[in-house]
Ligand binder design. Structure first.
Ligand SMILES: NC(=O)c1ccc[n+]([C@@H]2O[C@H](COP(=O)([O-])OP(=O)(O)OC[C@H]3O[C@@H](n4cnc5c(N)ncnc54)[C@H](OP(=O)(O)O)[C@@H]3O)[C@@H](O)[C@H]2O)c1
Length: 317
């Protein structure tokens, strides 16, 4: 920072000089204008200012830094939103276990995370089988010492009419979207109890379909499963407060349309998924990973209850 200084109080030509206040040194006093350097001028100064900011965040119990070295379990990490969240958490220094049925897809996500310097482990797990879920939590206990962050992401969407739908599709949606989420949540809480650890954080990937029934025909059965997730989010929050475990947070993230595999695999009768994404405003999995990161970053005193994310320009679902 430089100032034009008049040496004799008057601005006569020849009586002024430029003085760099940052560099000014007065014998016995040093730099009398410390506030003249409000911004760091070198990369080293910028790095030390970032470190100070990070320390302040840590002291306040906020920021992603506090989760570094902690363990996260992400269900449905083989594709879409779960893959984006798992790699993001690994990139932020968490030790991540990703679950799914398709091992080859999980291994692709694992490779990507490791190329980015993150630690991601994967396990084949069918969430409709309780023994698979228990095995995954046991693995996490043996290898990580337990789980600190649970992302209940796995989910299925079947377009199915209530007047004529297939029982198996209804069953699968309830088993994965609701029942598995409850079993994972219970195992996570039991694990924290065993370790006498708080805080921990559970994030349910809900849907706008958890808040209203989309106008898309055949979406009601899916919406019913996601309305259950809304009830489970608030129900668990109250239960944790009542049982003195308020240090454990539960949050939901409720997206509108996101470009993933969900429609390809969801028996979409009315239109091919490419057509849906070509003609409807939508988000990307990374946008939901941003929201997860935000939810995990807020100060201890804040609990994000639910975030509804809709694609900009969406006409309405
Ligand atoms: N995409 C959207 O527009 C949208 C909007 C709102 C909410 N959501 C929610 O976001 C979450 C993720 O969906 P997505 O869009 O990312 O879908 P996706 O691309 O189809 O991914 C679904 C994930 O769930 C896993 N999964 C499904 N059934 C499973 C089972 N029985 N056992 C273990 N894993 C299983 C899949 O893994 P495997 O196939 O390898 O088992 C996959 O990793 C879901 O809860 C969904 O309801 C999505």
């Amino acid at each position: 920072m430089s100032y034009l200084i008049s040496m004799n109080g008057k601005l006569n030509p020849g009586s002024v000089t430029w003085v760099d206040l940052n560099a000014l040194q007065v014998p016995g006093v040093g730099n009398p204008f410390p506030s003249a350097s409000p911004t760091p001028r070198t990369a080293a100064a910028a790095a030390s200012s970032a470190a100070l900011r990070q320390e302040a965040q840590l002291a306040e119990g906020r920021g992603m830094e506090r989760w570094r070295g902690k363990a996260a379990l992400v269900t449905g990490a083989s594709a879409g939103i779960g893959a984006a969240v798992a790699t993001r958490l690994a990139a932020r220094g968490l030790r991540v276990l990703g679950l799914g049925r398709r091992l080859h897809k999980l291994q692709e996500v694992e490779k990507l995370a490791r190329e980015q310097g993150g630690e991601l482990h994967v396990l084949e797990c069918d969430l409709t089988k309780e023994e698979d879920i228990l095995r995954a939590f046991q693995w996490a206990s043996d290898n990580f010492g337990g789980i600190d962050v649970l992302i209940n992401n796995a989910g299925l969407f079947y377009e199915t009419l209530l007047s004529d739908g297939a029982t198996d599709e209804w069953r699968q949606m309830l088993e994965v979207n609701v029942l598995a989420l409850k079993v994972c949540t219970r195992e996570f809480l039991r694990g924290l109890q065993r370790r006498s650890t708080q805080p921990g954080h559970i994030v349910h990937i809900n849907s706008v379909g958890g808040h209203w029934v989309p106008s898309l025909p055949g979406a009601a059965a899916y919406a019913a499963s996601k309305h259950a997730v809304t009830a489970l989010t608030e129900g668990l929050r109250r239960e944790l407060v009542k049982t003195g475990r308020a240090g454990i947070k539960v949050s939901a993230i409720s997206p509108g349309l996101v470009k993933t595999e969900i429609l390809d695999r969801g028996n979409l009768h009315s239109a091919a998924s490419d057509t849906v994404f070509a003609s409807h405003a939508h988000m990307l999995p990374e946008d939901i990973a941003d929201a997860v990161e935000y939810v995990l970053s807020v100060p201890e005193r804040v609990q994000i209850h639910d975030i509804i994310l809709r694609p900009a320009g969406e006409e309405g679902f």
